[in-house]
Write a protein that binds this ligand. Structure first.
Ligand code: TA6
Length: 274
């Protein structure tokens, strides 16, 4: 099947790459695109695509002891198999047999089957299911590292995480969120939360993110200096993007016995203005 699957139905358009099972577009009918994709994104197989929805697996960030490479695991660098497409969905699969040569595989050598089902409609739904196809237990971290377009990060708010404890990767330590999140500088936080989140993007547009099977919500904006340090990130792009990620990060890895499965899912929609 094709390396890039484009979906165009009455409710929305979408684009999904076999490279990383990476969703790079979701545009509901009559609306502006919801996902942010860097104009400098490197689509070469083996690289990590900047923007859209990177699939992080089998670890999040630098992994359980902060020493794993590549960052966010090898699944986003792999070529997945497109196993089924319909007018509104794509199913992709990655197994241990597909990743034998990939950097990082030596760090995590278990037998697995990973499937991502992407449904493109008035909602964008992503369901990431991992099955232990080996003979021993394993643990893994994961995330749907979703990049959203926002009109103005300085006026963007994120509601739903008030009262949640978060790990602050910029300031260090942990803290409790007081009310909605507002952005005044580099932000890289792992919130311990299963709650739905609503982004208001500074123009009045709201984006709702509903998740299951996820203990953490990651909130990231690199701000000016970190954006400038990334070759695949336009210098001024940080002001129009925000990552909200359904994750099971360090400390919340999922453990599967042989034959067991776990699904991490995320549904995104544009609720009507109240
Ligand atoms: O999810 C937030 C984060 O882990 C940040 O620390 C930031 O580095 C970001 O992911 C992007 O990571 P990447 O490996 O795609 O450059």
């Amino acid at each position: 099947m094709s390396d890039v699957v484009r979906i165009d139905n009455p409710a929305a358009t979408g684009e999904v790459h076999a490279h990383g099972a990476h969703v790079t577009d979701w545009t509901p009918a009559g609306a502006e695109p919801v996902l942010w994709l860097s104009p400098l994104a490197d689509l070469t197989p083996g690289s990590a695509i900047r923007g859209g929805v990177p699939v992080c697996f089998p670890w999040f960030g630098d992994g359980p002891d902060d020493a794993y490479e590549p960052k966010h695991g090898f699944a986003r660098n792999a070529i997945w198999t497109v196993v089924e497409t319909t007018d509104e969905s794509v199913r992709l699969r990655l197994t241990d047999a597909d990743v034998t040569d990939l950097p990082g595989r030596d760090r995590w050598q278990h037998a697995f089957t990973l499937e991502l089902v992407v449904t493109v409609g008035a909602e964008l739904a992503l369901e990431l299911t991992c099955t232990n196809s080996g003979a021993e237990d394993f643990s893994y971290g994961s995330a749907l590292h979703t990049y959203f377009r926002v009109a103005d990060i300085g006026r963007t708010t994120v509601a739903g995480l008030g009262g949640a404890t978060y790990l602050d990767k910029v300031a260090g330590g942990s803290a409790v969120q007081d009310g909605p999140i507002r952005f005044t500088g580099e932000t890289d936080r792992v919130y311990e939360s299963v709650a739905d989140v609503v982004v208001e993007d500074g123009s009045g547009r709201r984006i709702m993110i509903i998740k299951t099977g996820s203990a953490d919500t990651v909130v990231w904006n690199p701000w000016q200096d970190r954006a400038a340090a990334m070759a695949d990130f336009p210098d001024d792009g940080w002001a129009q993007m925000l990552c909200i990620e359904a994750a099971n990060a360090a400390g919340h890895e999922i453990t599967l016995a042989p034959g067991e499965s776990h699904t991490l899912s995320q549904r995104i929609k544009l609720p009507s203005t109240p």
